[in-house]
Design a protein around this ligand. Structure first.
Ligand code: HEM
Length: 127
């Protein structure tokens, strides 16, 4: 598969993942019945799996890897943080204040990951 196609899949999945996470936060905080719909439990996992699979394809194509290239190490840990904060926001947070704080922090981490991706730099605010 070509690099450009992989990158299109990757960035599209990143955008869809963001929109779904944003909406699921709002639905969850509002107690919306949408959160109980079947697709809401399934589609985010499919999108996130594709996001990761395309990430794997991209790193192999450009031969740059987490724990070797700093910007990809940053993306890796960013993704781990995004997943952990996301699970606190949508599932494990003990009360609404904790869940909303985790949701906001996850959105900020997501923005950081995109900046790191665009700049190929783990400190995108500085350089
Ligand atoms: C929430 C998670 C992620 C988001 C939002 C994200 C976002 C992006 C975006 C927006 C780009 C395009 C950058 C550009 O064209 O300038 C990109 C490219 C890329 N991402 Fe991700 N990414 C994520 C996770 C990962 C992970 C975990 C890895 C691997 C460890 C990874 C590896 C790559 C690679 C290798 C590219 C291609 C860079 C290039 O153009 O040379 N991504 N990502």
């Amino acid at each position: 598969m070509s690099f450009m196609l992989l990158k299109h899949i990757h960035t599209s999945c990143a955008a869809i993942s963001f929109v779904l996470f944003f909406l699921r936060g709002i639905w969850s905080f509002n107690g919306s019945p949408i959160m109980r719909q079947h697709w809401v439990k399934i589609v985010p996992h499919i999108v996130d799996t594709l996001l990761l699979a395309s990430a794997l394809g991209l790193v192999i194509t450009i031969q740059q890897y987490p724990f070797i290239d700093a910007w990809l190490t940053a993306k890796f840990f960013g993704l781990v943080m995004y997943i952990l904060l996301g699970s606190i926001a949508l599932k494990h947070g003990r009360n609404k204040a904790i869940r909303i704080s985790a949701w906001l922090a996850a959105l900020a981490v997501f923005a950081y990951i995109v900046l790191v991706a665009v700049k190929h730099n783990p400190l995108p605010f500085i350089h």
